[in-house]
Design a protein around this ligand. Structure first.
Ligand code: ARG
Length: 258
């Protein structure tokens, strides 16, 4: 009896091991397939105009925006097909660490905490947090938010800014949801990145932007790469630097701004 149990345990252990190996092999196979298919997979969260949003005809499938055009060009220059994996902003760095994507391009601000998890490329865009309010709002500076209903987007740097200021807030998953909340009068202010704020204010009646450059720090967007992928980081840096120097990024920013 004891022997049988031992055999059974061994059998179970074997099956588990085989299953685990198969699972691991699966990931490796996927990576190999990608290599063979000459694909570079970018993770993004396409809820962030003008950097990434879903459109009828995007630059990469249905994905359009400044970042998507950058991703496309990086793919082209590497002789690879750029593919997009659209996911929640919060999941992006984990997906990168898991090898589910090769790089993350998502209007992502370089910050020390994130830089512990992943490597960042050279930065390609300067940004700042701003406040979006109703046109008749009396909010004129960040400290005016103290007794107001503040909405931020979950996991964005805007959330950490408001948290640091010590104000209570509610976090939504998408910028568009936050803006609806503001339009419907359910909150007083949305804190979000400047260029995205401009888009939302341009697309919706009755809103305005309030900036407080002293209260919100300077931010820089960069592409994130797995710490192990130093070669890819170098390649991306080279391509990005060229795109900055020859005015491509500037032209893209202007193209998608209006
Ligand atoms: N810049 C902000 C951050 O890094 C917001 C980025 C949001 N990007 C997006 N694709 N949803 O936290």
């Amino acid at each position: 009896m004891k022997k049988m149990m031992k055999k059974l345990a061994l059998a179970v252990a074997c099956v588990t091991t085989v299953a685990m190996l198969a699972a691991c092999g699966g990931k490796e196979d996927e990576a190999k397939n990608n290599e063979q298919a000459n694909v570079i997979k970018f993770g993004t969260n396409a809820e962030f105009p003008p950097f990434e949003f879903v459109a009828a005809n995007g630059v990469i499938d249905q994905y359009d925006g400044i970042d998507m055009a950058i991703a496309k060009q990086i793919g082209d220059e590497l002789g690879k097909t750029a593919q997009i994996e659209n996911m929640e902003f919060d999941s992006l760095l984990l997906a990168l660490q898991n090898g589910q994507v090769d790089a993350v391009i998502a209007g992502m601000t370089v910050d020390p905490e994130r830089a512990e998890e992943v490597n960042f490329s050279v930065s390609y865009y300067n940004a700042k947090q701003v406040m979006i309010v109703k046109e008749d709002s009396d909010i004129a500076q960040a400290s005016d938010m103290a007794d107001k209903k503040i909405v931020v987007i979950q996991g964005y740097t805007g959330e950490s800014c408001v948290k640091k200021m010590g104000y209570a807030y509610e976090a939504f998953k998408k910028g568009s949801e936050a803006i609806m909340e503001l339009i419907n009068g359910k909150c007083d202010v949305v804190v979000i990145d400047s260029a995205t704020a401009k888009k939302y204010v341009g697309d919706n009646e009755g809103l305005k932007i309030v900036a407080d450059d002293a209260a919100f720090g300077d931010e820089e967007y960069a592409i994130a790469v797995n710490k192990k992928d130093t070669e890819l980081l170098e390649q991306i840096n080279e391509i990005l630097t060229k795109m900055i120097d020859d005015g491509t990024i500037q032209a893209l920013s202007e193209k998608y701004a209006d």
